[in-house]
Design a protein around this ligand. Structure first.
Ligand code: SF4
Length: 375
């Protein structure tokens, strides 16, 4: 196996074996060439893609639709998955599960499964290792950006849960790009993964059941709108004035509240999808009646309020030592938004006891131990 040198966390060079390509990162053209080179008919490509997306198998050996010899050759050429389970924890009620997945270069990402009373199985997936956006309340932002994920590494998080669910005869129904990273800062691979998940012959997940979350990368929000896909967009606003928002979200210095809400209005206009505004409530920072009034007025100034839904999220434990507001303050905030005609939900994160709040995921050094201690 070929070897290459890479820098480890201590700044010294170490040798890392170059892995086989993961099948989810192999393009259709490359797979077609590979099949032709091995004397296989073109229809095998769809068989392989279908099996990779739908099978509960742990490796190539489980694709029993394929001849044994072909399975062996595939195993010698392509990795079955680009992620491996490092460790997994479940919330106290056993419902929400969080997995720490290891990538080929030793980095890790987190992904969360959130079942909803047998009606749907949502997964929250990561798009980057770490995140460059440095939001003050976010554990992932504290890590800084380490690298972007490939499309295959993004999709393989969904496959991971798909395999786990298969034993119970369920399937992943909804996918939220709300884990580690800012999806719109890894636009190409994220969109490639969305297209893979939407493929009716493989994963078959409707774009209406896919949500992309952003802290407000305005040009990429316009690019996403121009894709012409009815994907749901969730925008992390967290304050409706630039002074407060810039204090907790550095992105605001580049694209302020008005520019962001104007981009939201364009997205809604173009896609006809309702837009979620995420608002983490931080006691004494952004939770006053004045903040709520301003948020209501700002949303109303940027389009029909019926097209927006505000999710109020009391802050999870994390960096910045932020505190949750009292229940009375949260209720007052929600009531003010309702008076402005804005549908509002106060969302207590599922799986809070395992630090599963999206955008709050943290992979610390000594990862397995840190994750286990979250429960
Ligand atoms: S909240 Fe989202 S965008 Fe902000 S630092 Fe965390 S992962 Fe990045």
């Amino acid at each position: 196996m070929e070897e290459r040198c890479t820098q480890n966390g201590t700044g010294t060079l170490e040798s890392v074996p170059t892995p086989l390509p993961s099948i989810t990162d192999v393009s259709d053209e490359a797979l077609a060439r590979w099949l032709a080179g091995h004397g296989e008919p073109p229809y095998r490509a769809r068989q392989i893609r279908h099996g990779v997306a739908r099978s509960a198998a742990a490796d190539w050996g489980g694709l029993t639709d394929l001849p044994l010899a072909l399975r062996s050759t595939l195993a010698a050429s392509f990795r079955w998955s680009s992620v491996e389970l490092e460790t997994e924890v479940a919330s106290a009620d056993g419902e929400t599960r969080k997995a720490l997945l290891r990538l080929h270069d030793g980095h890790h990402v987190e992904t969360v499964l959130m079942p909803h009373h047998g009606k749907r199985d949502s997964v929250c997936i990561s798009s980057q290792v770490g995140c460059p956006m440095a939001c003050a309340f976010c554990a992932t932002g504290e890590m800084g950006w380490i690298r972007d994920l490939t499309a295959g590494e993004i999709v393989d998080q969904v496959r991971f849960w798909q395999r786990e669910l298969r034993s119970g005869d369920a399937r992943v129904s909804h996918v939220d790009y709300m884990g580690m990273g800012e999806p719109l800062r890894n636009y190409g691979p994220v969109m490639a993964s969305v297209r893979m998940l939407m493929d009716a012959e493989t994963f078959g997940i409707s774009p209406r059941r896919i949500t992309i979350s952003t802290c407000g990368i305005v040009p990429k929000m316009d690019a996403l709108a121009a894709e012409g896909l009815p994907i749901d967009l969730a925008v992390s606003l967290h304050a409706a004035d630039d002074a407060t928002r810039a204090r907790i979200m550095p992105v605001d210095r580049k694209w302020g509240v008005d520019a962001l809400l104007a981009a939201c209005a364009r997205y809604v206009e173009r896609t006809k999808r309702r837009l979620s505004v995420e608002y983490i409530l931080l006691a004494g920072v952004n939770d006053s009646a004045e903040h709520a009034e301003r948020l209501g007025r700002k949303i109303a100034a940027h389009g029909r309020t019926s097209l927006y839904h505000v999710n109020l999220i009391p802050v999870n434990r994390g960096p910045g030592a932020f505190e949750r507001p009292s229940p009375q303050r949260m209720e007052r905030f929600a009531a003010i938004l309702e008076r402005h005609g804005i549908a509002t939900t106060t969302r207590i994160s599922k799986g809070q006891d395992i630090a599963a709040g999206c955008g709050q995921l943290k992979v610390a050094e000594g990862r397995a131990a840190a994750l286990a201690s979250c429960g």
